[in-house]
Design a protein around this ligand. Structure first.
Ligand SMILES: C[S@@+](CC[C@H](N)C(=O)[O-])C[C@H]1O[C@@H](n2cnc3c(N)ncnc32)[C@H](O)[C@@H]1O
Length: 243
């Protein structure tokens, strides 16, 4: 079968529209597919990402979860024992926010529809920020990282959880086979969307590796930058402190 042309990640404004369209269209099946396709491993990645945030040092603060989707990462933080603060969960695909709303329950998670490339928040307001599987989709990665730095209080952390490509050749071969063959097929069948899950492996391939992403963090003004690979390098967790 011929691949539809829209599966390739676009650039600039077209990329923004493409990403917004994808997530708006797959919103009803997003959670189900996320957990099927990651075999539920994504839950442990989210736990580790929240650990890297060091929220305990300001447990009553207001935190940002950008590109929040259906709130899995927002809720991971908001439901921590000892967390007494709140999470502002922003995303520009309104259907994703609506889809996740029933999961919020009593948790202090406040949805905001907004673009991460121009966040609708004042400077220096958040005690910490997380982005789960969001930065890879930004049409301007540097601009997005600068926005996250701008809204963070000085010294506070940004944590980014994102797919990457495993360094070990054997793990990488299995991962690439899964990513390019099984994932698009299952994604197409379950979501009913013809190309959204073909876009995903392509966007990962184009995304900078861990050290390049770490260098970008530094170039926009984060300090104490570090990262760790999870599950053999299928994903990486990066962090940095705002200046
Ligand atoms: C793969 S989902 C991740 C959702 C959630 N963080 C998670 O961990 O499951 C990526 C999300 O990023 C959002 N997104 C992508 N680009 C964005 C942008 N420029 N501004 C705001 N949200 C964006 C999409 O709408 C989508 O909901």
């Amino acid at each position: 079968m011929q691949r539809p042309p829209d599966a390739a990640p676009k650039s600039g404004v077209d990329r923004e529209k493409q990403v917004q369209q994808i997530f708006s269209e797959i919103a009803p099946r997003y959670d189900l597919l996320n957990h099927i396709l990651s075999l539920n491993i994504d839950r442990s990645w989210r736990r580790k990402a929240v650990q890297a945030l060091e929220w305990e040092s300001a447990s009553s603060g207001v935190y940002l979860d950008a590109c929040a989707g259906t709130y899995d990462l927002s809720l991971e933080l908001a439901s921590k024992d000892g967390f007494k603060g709140s999470v502002v969960a922003s995303d520009f695909a309104h259907p994703m926010l609506v889809q996740g709303t029933p999961k919020i329950g009593d948790a202090l998670v406040r949805p905001v529809c907004g673009d991460s490339l121009g966040l609708p928040f004042e400077d220096n307001v958040f005690e910490g920020a997380t982005v789960g599987f969001g930065v890879r989709n930004l049409s301007g990665l540097e601009r997005g990282l600068s926005e996250f730095r701008r809204v963070l209080k000085p010294g506070r952390r940004l944590v980014v959880l994102e797919f990457t490509t495993p360094p070990n050749a054997i793990v990488r071969a299995g991962y690439l086979f899964y990513f390019h063959n099984i994932l698009p097929l299952v994604g197409r069948i379950v979501s009913g969307h013809p190309w959204a899950y073909t876009y995903l492996p392509k966007s990962v391939k184009q995304f900078p590796g861990p050290s390049d992403l770490g260098a970008l963090f530094e170039s926009v003004g984060f300090t104490d930058v570090g990262w760790t690979l999870v599950s053999g390098g299928i994903a990486a967790i990066h962090w940095g402190s705002a200046t």
